[in-house]
Ligand binder design. Structure first.
Ligand SMILES: NC(=O)C1=CN([C@@H]2O[C@H](COP(=O)(O)OP(=O)(O)OC[C@H]3O[C@@H](n4cnc5c(N)ncnc54)[C@H](O)[C@@H]3O)[C@@H](O)[C@H]2O)C=CC1
Ligand SMILES: O=C(CO)COP(=O)(O)O
Length: 315
């Protein structure tokens, strides 16, 4: 079945390149094509990687939505609006959400947003540890594809450098991808503030506990968060300056100017998670700490003290 990628940011472009390198025709749709068709490169978001011949780039959505499998790689906070606006062309398709986060307005993850905007579509989630530049460079990656009855989709989206594991737990997979970004911001703040490697490891571990608690409360399977889209992506994102979420936290912790013009999904997702946690009566201190620092209710020092002076408890 033919494949299209909607959204020509770094990740959408990298996925389209990797899929097209297999020789199959792949269509990459960009809202703003710029000079991509001419230069055969996405110089704005993923410079240095020439498009394979079988990659078609277009700004014509009706052309891109002719494919049976559609990867949607717009940022999380744009997903609901994008799907609603274009539901007429997307309903009935297999829609694979490639974004990581929780919608701030509705508190929903990508799968439920797809179901509401396009009730006849088959929703799927692609998530796991993978920097766009690694995928585009042809380096090996392993990701989780969450979908009901997904053998054919798994085969269609696997490439020589993207090994896909299948899961039927859409909720667990999307929560793992969403929450690891919040923990990555917290880890970046900790490292940037000079609190040390031990604090970094402690925060990752307690962040993982927080991710599991949240996922279980939303009906996820207990083991999903131990997989690529939970533990795997947490390990990558919380320890690499290539991560925009970690780098953002690092700048915040150091008191440096904050990076601008990049997609930092953990900011809105921290707020969405903290709103949901309050509603559900869930204990999510790391997400709340990130929100408090972002909204300047706490300094980094006060936030660290707040985490360390919580009531003593069992692990
Ligand atoms: N960059 C990476 O290494 C990875 C990114 N992701 C996820 O992929 C999603 C997209 O991230 P990136 O591609 O890195 O972002 P990016 O910042 O490189 O690009 C975002 C793109 O989305 C487009 N866009 C924004 N709103 C749109 C709308 N309403 N309609 C059409 N296009 C729109 C922008 O024009 C831009 O091209 C995020 O949720 C991110 O967490 C997942 C794994 C790896
Ligand atoms: O999701 C990612 C890696 O798996 C990319 O992380 P950032 O969005 O923090 O750059």
């Amino acid at each position: 079945m033919s494949v299209s990628v909607l959204g020509a940011g770094a990740f959408g472009t990298a996925l389209a390149i990797s899929l097209a390198r297999t020789g199959q025709p792949v269509t990459l749709w960009a809202r703003d094509l710029g000079d991509m068709a001419k230069t055969r490169e996405n110089t704005r978001r993923l410079a240095g990687f020439t498009f394979p011949d079988s990659l078609i780039v277009t700004d014509d959505l009706s052309l891109a939505t002719q494919a049976g499998i559609i990867l949607v790689a717009v940022p999380m906070q744009s997903l609901a609006g994008f799907l609603t606006e274009n539901a007429g062309q997307l309903n009935g398709k297999t829609l694979v959400a490639c974004c990581k986060g929780i919608d701030l307005k509705s508190g929903l993850g990508p799968a439920e947003i797809i179901r509401r905007a396009c009730p006849d579509a088959t929703p799927a989630i692609l998530s796991g540890p993978s920097f766009a530049v690694d995928i585009a460079a042809g380096l090996p990656t392993a990701l989780t594809l969450a979908v009901k009855d997904g053998h054919a989709l798994q085969a269609a989206l696997s490439t020589p450098n993207i090994r896909l594991y299948r899961s039927a737990d859409l909720v667990g997979v999307e929560i793992g991808g969403a929450l690891k970004n919040v923990v990555a911001i917290a880890c970046g703040i900790t490292v940037g503030a000079g609190l040390g490697e031990s604090a970094h490891a402690a925060l990752m571990t307690r962040g993982f506990a927080e991710m599991q608690r949240f996922a279980l409360s939303r009906g996820a399977r207990p083991d999903t968060l131990s997989g690529l889209s939970g533990f795997g992506d947490l390990a990558l994102t919380c320890s690499s300056e290539k991560s925009r979420n970690f780098a953002f936290g690092l700048a915040l912790g150091r008191g440096d100017p904050l990076p601008e013009g990049t997609t930092v999904e953990g900011k809105a997702t921290a707020k969405a998670v903290s709103n949901l946690a309050q509603k559900l009566g869930l204990d999510m201190p790391i997400a709340e700490m990130v929100v408090a620092v972002l909204e300047k209710h706490l300094t980094v020092k006060e936030a660290a003290e707040m985490l360390l002076t919580r009531p003593l408890k069992e692990e």
